[in-house]
Design a protein around this ligand. Structure first.
Ligand code: SAH
Ligand code: SF4
Length: 341
């Protein structure tokens, strides 16, 4: 059986043509699946019974299986999903003021091997399909309480989204289509470890916010923390960011994980400020979140404050991203797709 959540509107047009039906059927089905959130083909009541039966011979609407939901005292919810091949992924709903952000995984594991990241340390299994990407949104809808609505989507869970380029681009299309989930382009953010050729391509095709995990100010340190830097070193990455085509009022988010004694000195802060000159950006400082087996340490609060101060004095918009859901291992870099039980 094929899952209708795996098909873009364009792909459905081809499917429908193959079945000898009129093109408007593709739009009807796409809307039923993503906009109206149908759980079965039988719910598509404006499609003839005969055609529904025909569709059901080959197609179904399949969901990710949610194995476990954990709730943090701060309202953060982390859910673990099992996929058909029994790979496991995690997603996080983060409540912050009037925002409710869904953090989506793009891969089962991650091949980038960043030393400070639990997902990177755990290793790579495979790319997620469109139905597994959109499935995380459907699963999150089920967890909403009362009047809650998801306001933002970030591709900042497990995996490197630009290494799963085609499916991620389709996913962004479904997220932002008014026949799909209908999120505004500026409410969706993709975060990358810095795959330079893919960043260039995404600048032309992406049309959502870009975040880049910088995490170091010299190649020496970045090579050690993020092996991808040996392939695409800082000067190439910064050049790609300077040339990144930004739509009006948009900026790139620079993420910088502060690790005690590794990249958190005053000199690092000054180097970061000069590195970012001529990149329209906002800076998010993320104090390192510890995980079992990691040799790194979180910086002292005074260090974070001082780093923040230097970046701010240099004229940047900068925030310290506070960890949500730390006690349920839902914070940045703590996802690994495993049950505690
Ligand atoms: N692979 C993409 C998307 C994942 S986003 C990327 O790396 O950008 C995950 C974010 O959490 C990245 O900004 C990463 O730098 C950060 N992160 C990873 N491990 C962390 C940890 N242990 N503590 C704090 N932040 C971490
Ligand atoms: Fe992968 Fe991002 Fe973690 Fe690096 S920080 S291992 S790129 S998920």
């Amino acid at each position: 059986m094929k899952n209708l959540r795996d098909f873009t509107h364009e792909e459905l047009l081809a499917v429908i043509a193959g079945l000898g039906e009129r093109p408007y059927r593709a739009e009807q089905i796409f809307k039923w699946v993503f906009f109206r959130r149908a759980a079965s083909i039988d719910q598509m009541t404006d499609i003839s019974k005969a055609f529904r039966e025909r569709l059901k011979e080959e197609y179904e609407i399949g969901a990710n299986k949610v194995l476990e939901v954990k709730r943090s005292v701060d309202g953060t919810r982390k859910f673990l999903s099992e996929l058909e091949d029994s790979s496991r992924i995690e997603s996080v709903l983060i409540a912050e003021g009037d925002r409710l952000t869904l953090c989506v995984s793009s891969q089962a594991g991650c091949a980038m091997g960043c030393k400070f990241c639990m997902t990177g340390v755990t290793g790579f299994t495979r790319n997620l399909t469109l139905s597994e990407l959109t499935g995380q949104v459907f699963s999150a809808f089920e967890l909403l309480e009362g009047e809650e609505r998801i306001t933002n989507i970030v591709l900042m869970g497990m995996g490197e989204p630009l290494a799963n380029y085609d499916n991620v681009l389709k996913f962004i299309g479904v997220l932002t289509s008014n026949m799909g989930f209908n999120f505004s382009h500026n409410k969706v953010t993709l975060s990358t470890a810095g795959l330079v050729p893919a960043i260039k391509r995404f600048g032309l095709e992406g049309n959502v916010n870009l975040a880049v995990s910088l995490n170091a100010t010299t190649d020496e340190v970045r090579d050690k923390l993020m092996p991808i830097n040996r392939k695409y070193p800082l000067d190439e990455l910064m050049a790609a960011l300077r040339r990144y085509p930004l739509k009006s009022r948009k900026y790139i988010t620079i993420e910088y994980v502060l690790i005690s004694g590794v990249n958190d000195t005053d000199d690092d802060a000054r180097r970061l400020a000069s590195l970012l000159r001529s990149v329209p950006c906002k800076v998010n400082l993320i104090p390192f979140n510890a995980f079992p087996g990691s040799a790194f340490k979180s910086p002292a609060p005074e260090r974070v404050e001082r780093f923040h101060y230097i970046i701010k004095q240099s004229g940047y918009t900068v925030i310290v991203r506070l960890s949500k859901g730390a006690e349920i291992q839902a914070a940045c870099g703590q996802l690994r797709g495993a049950c505690e039980a």
